[in-house]
Each structure stands twice: as structure tokens, then as C-alpha cells.
Design a protein around this ligand. Structure first.
Ligand SMILES: *Cc1c(COP(=O)(O)O)cnc(C)c1O
Length: 387
């Protein structure tokens, strides 16, 4: 139940990848038939990914994952358009791949606005409108949040951003392959995705780059990816990403995400009903199909993870214990949770292969775990003592 962290690589994806390690190992930039076979795999994958998000294949640039796609979009736009302006707008709840790229640019003299969110984690398009100045060159707002699962009103925000003639990027790593996406309907100029978040391989992703976007390259070298991203292509990984996109599109056409939503809602209902002093984080309906995120008062997140792990359940928490002191998730703090509550967060993220029995099992064991930890907690009502 930790699919937001990573997913298994679909066996069908692995099958498609295998020949490119051994039999069809040509360099796609070689003129001979071995190279051309690899080239064909890369271009077919590009078409499948473009089709999944309603883009043109020439607008897809392969990267080494979601983090690189975010870095490329943000730094690339900033450096290419700095004569026009130095202002970038983002939100307080972005993934660190976005936040740290923005903080890096801040040190170089760019000005960054970190927009607040409401208690559900929603960004208000009015706030975006108010933040735009004559110096704004980029707005980057995630499609859905990886911790609390809230899906942002990207279409609404893009109307405001496009009216101002500003570039718009969205980190779609949590949504690509999980909910229907059309880049033209969303109105974005750039969109990041990552293979390992939708049953593809790790270390491969893509940036959708709308035709005509002024961007500076992050990685220099050869002329690969139409001079946009140098380095010999990760052929097997790209072929796998393409297959993952094809399979995801098939599932979306069949409406399979509804099954995950049903399991998610059963999990949310079961846990919030069976355990008191429990809250659901994120929006009740505008949320990712597989995401459930709770806060349990009087408990520290990592102790829950260890107890769940002993029962065979993989989960995640917004609380991290680093060098003996607790740091609460920036997302949970941004939605207004006090640190002592944010420390007791638990994220359960479901995937296509989770079963109803597994949901029942989680609902069954969690109350006992929470009860035990609360009884053991020396910090009940005295969270200050933790730091
Ligand atoms: C996982 C994730 C990333 C990073 O993607 P990688 O492929 O692991 O580098 C970026 N943004 C969000 C929202 C994510 O969930």
C-alpha cells in the first residue's frame, strides 16, 4: 500500500524491455539495421506516450525520470527567458524536485512565489492571478499531490496563466496513467511524468514540451532527442515506458480507476469509523484514485510504519525522524495541521493489484496497532517533549 512511492514493473512491460538488453542492443543513433531497430522502439514508445496525454510525439522528450523532467522544465524555462523576467510562481506543497529547483534558482537571483493552499490542499486560481506580474515567466503547479492526493484545478489555473502569456508547467507524476489526461484540455505547456509511478521501469520518464516553448537544455552533449536532451537513449527503459503508457491507456478506457477508487473509499470509511481521533487529509473527492492519508492523534508516524511492516503492510508517513529530531511534512503543515498532529500521519496508496481482502486486512489490523502505540506513547498530550 505504498504505490505513490513506486509501483511494480508490469510483467508485460518487462517482456517488452528484455530484447533491448540482449538481442536488439543497437544504438538508436547508428545507421545500421541494429541501430534502426532500436530507433524504431524509441519512436514507437514516443507515440504511445504522446497518445496517452493527447500530445504530438515530437513534443515528448525522454528523461531519466520525474525529477529530471521537473528540473528541466523549471531551470530550462528560467534560463531561457530571464531577459523577459525573473519571477516564478509555484505552491507550498510541490514535490521536492520542484521546490528544490525553485530554491536553487532563488539563489541565482530569481524571485519565487510559493502560493498557499486551503485545508484540503487546493490552490486558488485567484491567488495565481494576483501573483502574476510583468516579470513572471513561469507558473509550476502539480497536477496532484503525492502525499495527500489532492487533484489541483489545473484547467482553471491554466486559463489565468495563459491569459497573462506565461509558461505553465505541471508535475503530473502522480496522475499520468492514473486519471485521464489531455495536455490541450488542461492547457499546459509542459508536463512531467515518471515510468515507475505507473507500472513502468525506474529511472525513465518524460517531459511533454509544447511546440514553440523557449527552453534551455539541462544536459549537453550529442544531438539526441532533437537536440533537447543529450546522451544515448535508454532504449529498454523507453520501450518499457511506452508499453506502460499503452497499458495505462487501456485501463483508463476500461474505467479501471473506478475499482481503485472503490477500494480507497472502503479503506477511508473503515479506518475513520473504527479509530477515534482520526482525520482524513486531503480533499474527500478531488483526490487520486489510490490515495488515502490519515492523521492519528498522539502517535508518531514512523512507529506506525514499523508496526505495519511487521504485519506485512508497506505504508508511508509524512513524519521523518532524522538525527533524532522530528520533521513534519511541508505538505501537512501547508494545509494547516499543527506539527504535533502532522507527525501522526499515515499514507496508504493503493494500486491496480491490491485486493479487497488486503483492504479488509488493513482495516482489521490498524485499530490494534494504533491502540497499542497510543498506550505506549509517553508523549500523549505532551508533544513538545519530542523535540
Ligand atoms: C515520484 C515523484 C517525483 C519524482 O519522480 P522520479 O521518477 O522518482 O524522479 C516527482 N514528483 C512527484 C509528484 C512524484 O510523486
Amino acid at each position: 500500500m505504498d504505490h505513490a512511492a513506486t509501483t511494480s514493473t508490469d510483467v508485460e512491460v518487462v517482456k517488452v524491455m528484455e530484447p533491448y538488453f540482449t538481442l536488439k542492443y543497437g544504438n538508436p543513433n547508428s545507421i545500421h539495421s541494429f541501430g534502426q531497430e532500436a530507433r524504431k522502439a524509441v519512436e514507437e514508445a514516443r507515440e504511445k506516450i504522446a497518445h496517452l496525454i493527447g500530445a504530438n510525439p515530437s513534443e515528448i522528450v525522454f528523461t531519466a525520470g520525474g525529477t529530471e523532467a521537473d528540473n528541466y522544465a523549471i531551470k530550462g524555462i528560467a534560463w531561457a527567458n530571464q531577459k523577459k523576467g525573473n519571477h516564478i510562481i509555484t505552491s507550498k506543497i510541490e514535490h521536492h524536485a520542484v521546490l528544490h529547483s525553485c530554491q536553487f534558482l532563488e539563489k541565482q537571483g530569481f524571485r519565487i512565489t510559493y502560493l498557499p493552499v486551503d485545508k484540503y490542499g487546493l490552490i486558488d486560481s485567484e491567488d495565481v492571478k494576483k501573483a502574476i506580474t510583468g516579470k513572471t515567466i513561469l507558473v509550476t503547479i502539480m497536477h496532484a499531490n503525492n502525499e495527500i492526493g489532492t487533484i489541483e484545478p489545473i484547467k482553471e489555473i491554466s486559463k489565468v496563466v495563459k491569459k497573462a502569456g506565461v509558461y505553465f508547467h505541471t508535475d503530473s507524476v502522480q496522475t499520468t496513467g492514473h486519471i485521464p489526461i489531455d495536455v490541450n484540455d488542461l492547457g499546459v505547456d509542459m508536463l512531467s511524468m515518471s515510468g515507475h509511478k505507473f507500472y513502468g521501469p525506474n529511472g525513465v520518464g518524460a517531459l511533454y514540451l509544447r511546440k514553440g516553448t523557449r527552453i534551455v537544455n539541462l544536459i549537453g552533449g550529442g544531438a539526441q532527442e532533437k537536440n533537447r536532451r543529450a546522451g544515448t537513449e535508454n532504449v529498454a527503459g523507453i520501450a518499457g515506458l511506452g508499453k506502460a503508457a499503452e497499458l495505462a491507456e487501456k485501463r483508463l478506457v476500461q474505467g479501471k480507476e473506478v475499482e481503485v477508487i472503490k477500494l480507497r473509499d472502503k479503506l477511508i470509511k473503515g479506518i475513520t469509523e473504527k479509530i477515534d481521533h482520526t482525520y482524513l487529509n486531503g480533499h474527500p473527492t478531488k483526490r487520486l484514485p489510490g490515495n488515502a492519508n490519515f492523521c492519528f492523534e498522539f502517535i508518531e508516524g514512523e512507529s506506525m510504519l514499523l508496526s505495519l511492516d511487521m504485519e506485512g503492510v508497506a505504508a508511508s508517513s509524512g513524519s521523518a525522524c532524522t538525527s533524532g529530531s522530528l520533521t513534519a511534512s511541508h505538505v501537512l503543515l501547508a494545509i494547516g495541521l499543527p506539527p504535533e498532529i502532522a507527525h501522526g500521519s499515515l499514507r496508504l496508496t493503493l494500486g491496480k493489484d491490491n485486493t479487497e481482502e488486503e483492504i479488509d486486512y488493513a482495516i482489521d489490523i490498524l485499530p490494534g496497532i494504533i491502540e497499542k502505540l497510543r498506550a505506549l506513547s509517553p508523549f500523549q498530550g505532551n508533544w513538545e517533549g519530542l523535540n
